[in-house]
Design a binder for this molecule. Structure first.
Ligand code: AMP
Length: 175
C-alpha cells in the first residue's frame, strides 16, 4: 500500500464534529502508527525541493508533524498559537471565520529577516488559518517558501487562498 492509501485508511472520519455537518478528519490513529508517522515525514521531505530555514507549525495539530519534520531537516521549529498562549512578546494576525474572527500569534523574535519558511498544518480546509500564518511570517520580514499539509479538503479550494504567497503547496492526501 502506498503512503496516500495508508493515510486515508488510517484517518478516522467523525461525522458532525465539532458541529453538525462537519466531517472531522481525525488523525489520532495516525499518531499511534510510528511507521506511518515516519512515512509522512519522509513523504514531505520527498516533495520539498528546497530546504527551508524553518518550519512554522500551526496550533495544535500542526505541531505534531511540524516538530518531526523540522528535526529531520535539522532546522528550527516555530509555533503559531492562538491569541494569549505564547508567553513572550508577540505579533498577531486576525482572520475571518465562518462566524466572527480569530487571532493567531507568533513570538516577535521567532524568525530572521529573509528566511525562507515552510508553513505546516495537519489539514488544509478553507486555507484561512494557513493564510493568516503566512501574514505573520511576512510581518517578521521572512518569506513563505511553501506550505505542507497531510490532508487537503480540495472541495473547499483552500489552495486558491494560499497561492498569493507560494505555489509550492504540498498535500499528501486529498479528499
Ligand atoms: P482552515 O483555516 O479552514 O483551512 O482550517 C484549517 C484548520 O482547521 C486546521 O488547523 C485543521 O486542523 C482544522 N480543520 C478544519 N476542518 C477540519 C476537518 N474537517 N477535519 C479536521 N480538522 C479540520
Amino acid at each position: 500500500m502506498n503512503l496516500v492509501e495508508e493515510i486515508k485508511k488510517t484517518i478516522r472520519d467523525v461525522p458532525d464534529f465539532p458541529k453538525q455537518g462537519i466531517m472531522f478528519k481525525d488523525i489520532t490513529p495516525i499518531l499511534e502508527d510510528q511507521i506511518l508517522c515516519s512515512g509522512i515525514v519522509d513523504g514531505f521531505i520527498k516533495e520539498i525541493t528546497q530546504k527551508p530555514d524553518a518550519i512554522v507549525g500551526i496550533e495544535s495539530r500542526g505541531f505534531l508533524f511540524g516538530v518531526l519534520l523540522a528535526n529531520k531537516l535539522n532546522v528550527p521549529f516555530i509555533m503559531v498559537r492562538k491569541a494569549g498562549k505564547l508567553p513572550y512578546k508577540t505579533i498577531s494576525q486576525q482572520y475571518g471565520l465562518e462566524y466572527g474572527t480569530a487571532t493567531i500569534e507568533m513570538h516577535i523574535d521567532a524568525l530572521q529577516k529573509n528566511w525562507n519558511v515552510l508553513i505546516h498544518d495537519d489539514l488544509l480546509a478553507t486555507g484561512g488559518t494557513a493564510e493568516a500564518a503566512a501574514q505573520l511570517v511576512k510581518q517578521l520580514g521572512a518569506n513563505v517558501s511553501g506550505f505542507a499539509f497531510v490532508v487537503e479538503l480540495g472541495f473547499l479550494n483552500g489552495k486558491e487562498k494560499l497561492k498569493i504567497h507560494s505555489n509550492n503547496i504540498i498535500c499528501l492526501a486529498q479528499y
